[in-house]
Design a protein around this ligand. Structure first.
Ligand code: C5P
Length: 222
């Protein structure tokens, strides 16, 4: 088997607080994958735009501002982080109530999505060159738009009460239902369960059970 056959791409989609990040990080550890959180990409751009004083409605202004940004990748262990003009914002900056309230509006702008498309696709090359066995990318449109050709595509879901409890436990102010509504309703790359993707209910399983279950599916599908 050649190296390119062994390298695996796993797409992990789902709404807010369904457990995408914990599941993806645990799978990355177990399967020696590079992990990319594309929610953090949209949050980072939202943070940069808000700092620059751009209003989410000012699409033309946003488009030219995006062109002035240099997007690069910095590897922190197995996590590939987006840096903008050489800076990676702190976690508390990209997960603030202000970013939570604006990120879905910014993510619905086609120019914003376009500015990340090639960058996100190129993460497969970053992972290969860094010697990982594959790439796991989490988001809303990974299995539908970014890697419709991924080796494995999963869509995580959980009941509303479990998701709200998860956010409350993290102590975050985040209107997850509003974000999901906007993410599902937008015209460009809406949040959907891509056709052919495997739906996984994370609401009634522990993290370990979810990870074991997905690993068993990956082995079957391999
Ligand atoms: O995953 P997280 O909740 O951090 O994502 C924040 C927001 O970024 C989402 O609510 C969505 O608006 C946007 N997003 C997106 N496409 C992705 C990942 C995130 O539109 N692939």
């Amino acid at each position: 088997m050649t190296d390119s056959k062994v390298f695996q791409i796993i797409a992990m989609d789902g709404g807010a607080a369904v457990g995408k990040s914990s599941t993806s990080k645990a799978l990355a550890e177990r399967l020696d994958l590079m992990h990319v959180d594309t929610g953090a990409h949209y949050r980072t751009l939202t943070f940069a735009l808000l700092n620059a004083g751009a209003a989410p409605e000012a699409e033309h202004e946003i488009e030219s501002f995006l062109k002035s940004l240099k997007l690069e990748t910095m590897l922190q262990e197995r996590s590939a982080r987006l840096s903008v003009n050489g800076q990676i914002p702190e976690d508390h900056e990209i997960r603030s109530p202000q970013v939570n309230a604006n990120v879905s509006k910014i993510a619905a702008i086609p120019a914003v999505r376009k500015s990340l498309f090639n960058y996100q696709r190129a993460q497969a090359k970053v992972a290969r060159e860094a010697g990982f066995a594959g790439l796991i990318m989490e988001g809303r449109d990974i299995g539908s738009v970014i890697f419709p050709d991924a080796d494995h595509r999963f869509f995580l879901d959980a009941d509303e009460a479990t998701r709200a409890a998860r956010r409350a436990k993290e102590g975050l102010t985040d209107s997850i239902a509003d974000r999901d509504k906007m993410d599902k309703a937008r015209k460009t790359a809406p949040l959907i369960c891509p056709e052919g993707a495997t739906r996984v209910d994370t609401g009634h399983r522990t993290l370990e059970e979810v990870v074991n279950y997905i690993c068993s599916l990956i082995q079957i599908q391999a």
